[in-house]
Ligand binder design. Structure first.
Ligand SMILES: Nc1ncnc2c1ncn2[C@@H]1O[C@H](COP(=O)(O)OP(=O)(O)OP(=O)(O)O)[C@@H](O)[C@H]1O
Length: 455
């Protein structure tokens, strides 16, 4: 029987996929790694590569596998799973590109949930640095509110936490277009709470509660930014309890694990630890290469392998910078109408690649962080464009350069596309005055400062 099962194994798995409409990403993550191991009387033993998700696979796929084996081979059996001998993961083969599994979900559901369409499981490269976080996210996406609640994802800046959170949201909506999914940053949560307390824009505390508690899935990003804000922690505590009691899924991200977040209220810390905590590390060389290739493919670039290797070798700390490096090289080549070569890459990245990797607070860093925060590019901030969406962040840059870096007015003007020092004075004054009466701006400035100089 063992030989027969081994022979039919691929057919069994494919059959299971088709019959039960398993998505490609779930198939590749959970089913493809399963191997036929032994037959013990009427028990079929299947191996799973890692112990972490043994329980999940058993619960989610054990029965389906049993009936599929019966259908394909006629063998009436029970299925059990064991962990394969701790296999040494070869980092070069640890990267999996997962492709093609998104059905169409109504655009309005995505907008209501506040999800970015770019961030889906299909565009997420899995490597040794993030495979647990990826698998946990997928498990939660497949069974929201059922297994790991809350799911707490932590890791350094720009390593893919937000990407995974949005992917969970998309996946859930795809499976259940009526699910109420809401993604917010903790900054937005705080600012809306402030508005609600003040009854600003006719947004009352009751509406605030309805908005946050009336969800099947609440994803809250960068929770570290509510730390130290008592009333926000208090409100979040009640939001958490309300959702948790109703078995609604909560997903939280942070730069640190709960136990290392100082001044996090104990009752919140213990709740964060009720579910599963997973981390994302910096990607290794092979994963960086895979991410660059994926990005190249998505953007339709055609870049020499030596250039990709050059970027992957030199830009190590975070994936946002990795992507930024690629974009910068392409932009420079288009601007100067030059071919993309290693020399051009060296030229384009000379400011990014610093020999000691020290993160000094510079006007460039301020511009980069503020631009990122508002979904703009540094070029927008320094451009001559005068629309409100850009002028305001630009004035915040002026304020932060002066306050955090002590940059002389004229120099700030120079960094910001050759502006006059009176424009800079006006910008700084405007933000200073507004800060004295606008608490939400105070919160945003606070967060920007933390992003510029993370502890
Ligand atoms: N594994 C990955 N595969 C493909 N792209 C990735 C991966 N990880 C991160 N990225 C990309 O890197 C960029 C930064 O990722 P993301 O915003 O998710 O980071 P983050 O951990 O939430 O950072 P922050 O702490 O600043 O909020 C995004 O454009 C994202 O798509």
């Amino acid at each position: 029987m063992l030989e027969k099962l081994k022979e039919k194994w691929d057919e069994i798995l494919l059959n299971l996929k088709e019959e039960h409409e398993i998505t490609d990403v779930s198939f590749k993550t959970w089913l493809l790694p399963l191997k036929m191991n032994a037959v013990n009387g009427e028990k079929v033993i299947v191996t799973v590569p890692d112990v972490e998700f043994l329980g999940y696979i058993r619960k989610k796929y054990g029965f389906l596998l049993k009936i599929t084996i019966e259908e394909v081979t006629g063998f009436e059996c029970d299925v059990d799973f064991v962990v394969e001998n701790q296999i040494q993961k070869d980092s070069s083969s640890g990267n999996t590109l997962i492709t093609n599994s998104v059905n169409s979900v109504s655009q309005s559901a995505i907008v209501t949930a506040n999800l970015n369409s770019k961030y889906i499981f299909d565009t997420f490269v899995v490597g040794a640095n993030n495979n647990l976080a990826h698998a946990a996210s997928l498990a939660v996406a497949e069974s929201p509110g059922e297994i790991y609640n809350p799911l707490f994802i932590y890791g350094g800046v720009g390593l893919g936490k937000t990407h995974l959170m949005h992917s969970i949201g998309h996946f859930i909506l795809k499976n259940n277009p009526h699910a109420k999914v809401l993604y917010v940053t903790s900054e937005k949560f705080t600012n809306e709470l402030i508005d609600a307390i003040r009854n600003k824009n006719n947004f009352s505390p009751t509406e605030f509660r309805e908005k946050y508690r009336n969800n099947d899935v609440l994803l809250i990003d960068d929770i570290q930014f509510i730390i130290g804000k008592e009333s926000t922690q208090e409100e979040f505590f009640h939001t958490f309890n309300a959702l948790y009691e109703l078995k609604k899924q909560i997903i939280i991200s942070s730069d640190k694990p709960p136990k290392e977040i100082e001044t996090l209220e104990e009752r919140l810390r213990s709740r964060f630890e009720w579910g599963l905590t997973v981390d994302i590390q910096s990607p290794n060389y092979e994963t960086r290469m895979a991410i660059l290739r994926k990005k190249e493919e998505m953007e339709g670039y055609n870049i020499d392998n030596e250039v990709i290797k050059y970027i992957a070798t030199n830009v190590k700390s975070n994936i946002r910078e990795l992507e930024g490096a690629l974009t910068k090289i392409v932009a420079l080549s288009r601007l100067d109408n030059k071919e993309i070569t290693v020399e051009l890459a060296e030229e384009a990245l000379k400011d990014i690649i610093s020999p000691n990797d020290k993160r000094e607070v510079t006007p460039e860093l301020v511009i980069q962080v503020v631009a990122d925060h508002y979904g703009l590019t540094p070029l927008d901030i320094c451009s001559q464009k005068r629309n409100k969406e850009i002028v305001y962040p630009r004035q915040i840059v002026m304020y932060l350069c002066r306050e955090m870096v002590g940059t002389p007015l004229q120099l700030i003007g120079k960094y910001l596309g050759g502006r006059d020092h009176t424009t800079i004075i006006h910008g700084i004054d405007k933000i200073t005055t507004e800060l004295s009466r606008n608490e939400t701006l105070g919160n945003t400035i606070d967060i920007l400062k933390k992003k510029i100089t993370p502890q």
